[in-house]
Design a protein around this ligand. Structure first.
Ligand code: ZN
Length: 306
């Protein structure tokens, strides 16, 4: 993410000039050249001032360092951040701050958008965007926290089946329990990364498994790969959970979780998919620690180490 993008300035400057010209022509016809120049200048300045609101806000956000507890949380929970040099960390922290500033956080059903929960979501956005400094989340969204799993109507009368949900329009709904567990264990489940991957995927009304920023020249190969991996997930061949077989969008989202949480395992079992995600995200996440022989993930989770 950038504080100031050239498109933030060039597009409004040119668009404003066009509007200024039109305003000048209209005013000039009745009131003479002097009034036309003034009207044009006022219109241009108004358009540019409106367009500068976001870059100026981001520059203010970028100047404020992320508080130490937030940086400590990132170091404890985001392996990629922990391996970055000073400049990389600074850029990651700035992206976290931009995401915290750009997203709107709300709670429902007794859930509160605590600092840590908000940070947990912003960290996911920074992680997915880290390889592409020019990328943004395609839309700015409201994040709605609910206490636990929920159903289609986000109600809590019945125990639901969803940890997270996002539609092409509307909020990203996240179970606070799932968000906390997603970052606590590197087990290939991370609801924040999953739902944000869907956000990347909404370049129309539907998520189709072909993310918005994918090079169109790669789209056919990408679709073929997603279908092949869906068939594998259906057969239980590999490490992607069977939910990945339900739709290309779910394959992409589930693969994204594995890519950032357990890249070594993904590379070992799904080399082609791993390479495609390296190319898409433009980074190679640091490998997860190898388990000791005879030391299962379940055993480590039981001891609170995994
Ligand atoms: Zn999904």
């Amino acid at each position: 993410m950038r504080a100031v993008r050239s498109s933030d300035l060039v597009v409004p400057a040119l668009g404003g000039a066009l509007l200024a010209l039109l305003a000048g022509l209209v005013v000039g016809r009745g009131s003479g050249t002097g009034a036309a120049v003034v009207a044009g200048a006022v219109v241009w300045a108004a358009v540019v001032a409106w367009a500068l609101r976001r870059p100026l806000r981001r520059m203010r956000v970028a100047r404020r360092p992320l508080p130490e507890p937030a940086r400590a949380w990132l170091a404890d929970h985001v392996r990629l951040y922990g391996g970055l040099d000073r400049a990389g960390r600074r850029r990651f922290e700035r992206d976290v701050a931009f995401a915290l500033d750009g997203l709107t956080f709300e709670g429902a059903g007794g859930a509160e958008p605590t600092d840590t929960l908000c940070l947990s979501v912003a960290a996911g956005a920074a992680l997915l965007l880290h390889g592409h400094p020019d990328w943004e989340l395609p839309t700015e969204r409201t994040v709605l926290f609910v206490p636990d799993t929920f159903d289609e109507a986000y109600g809590d009368e019945e125990p639901g089946v969803y940890d997270g949900m996002v539609h092409s329009q509307g909020p990203i709904v996240l179970s606070t329990r799932a968000v906390e567990e997603g970052w606590a264990y590197e087990d290939g489940h991370n609801v924040v990364l999953h739902e944000l991957a869907h956000v990347f995927d909404f370049d129309g009304w539907e998520a189709d498994g072909v993310p918005a920023f994918l090079d169109p020249r790669s789209a056919d190969a990408w679709v073929g790969l997603m279908r092949k991996e869906m068939r594998r997930a259906q057969r239980g061949d590999g490490i992607l959970r069977s939910y990945a077989a339900s739709a290309p969008a779910e394959l992409f989202a589930v693969a994204t979780e594995q890519f950032f949480e357990r890249p070594a395992r993904l590379r070992r079992h799904h080399a082609e998919l791993f390479d495609a995600l390296v190319a898409f995200y433009n980074l190679t996440p640091p490998d997860e620690p190898e388990l000791d022989a005879g030391d299962s993930l379940m055993a480590r989770r039981w001891r609170g180490e995994a």
